[in-house]
Ligand binder design. Structure first.
Ligand SMILES: [Zn+2]
Length: 149
């Protein structure tokens, strides 16, 4: 079982279906980014050897803004980075309730390079593993692919 593009693209509807998202917000470029991202993540999960679901997929800009608003009012609500990679279909949160995916990547950091992925530091992602197919701002070849937010 792999993570499917439709599941990634529609995930926001599970929690934020009340947010008005323009029909044309999802562009062909973003669909292509999502397909590329999931191909990389599914490759990594195949090496990991376990199926995983999502805890967050594509976040339309309007959903991301809404999450930030909610979090400002109630710190217990999930927060979202202003320039989240989820907005452009370059970031994905893979379910990791027991931390074993993060532990696998810690033990095998080369899998990030193998699949062209970067990961948010596990200390900031309890219950999920954030993976993205674009580098973080200060990354250069040879540096760790795990970043602190
Ligand atoms: Zn994320």
């Amino acid at each position: 079982m792999t993570i499917l593009a439709d599941d990634y693209l529609d995930f926001w509807k599970h929690h934020y279906a009340n947010v008005a998202v323009p029909e044309d917000e999802l562009t062909d470029d973003m669909r292509a980014s999502a397909a590329d991202l999931l191909e990389r993540i599914n490759g990594l999960l195949a090496v990991f050897g376990h199926d995983r679901g999502l805890t967050s997929g594509w976040r339309p800009q309007s959903v991301n803004d809404y999450m930030r608003e909610l979090h400002a009012k109630n710190p217990a609500a999930p927060n979202a980075a202003r320039t989240s990679k989820h907005i452009t279909c370059n970031g994905c949160d893979v379910a990791d309730s027991d931390g074993s995916l993060d532990a696998f990547i810690d033990a095998n950091p080369d899998v990030l390079e193998q699949f062209g992925l970067w990961r948010e530091a596990p200390g900031s992602t309890h219950g999920w593993c954030h993976l993205q197919n674009v580098q973080y701002g200060s990354w250069t070849e040879g540096k760790t692919r795990t970043f602190a937010p």
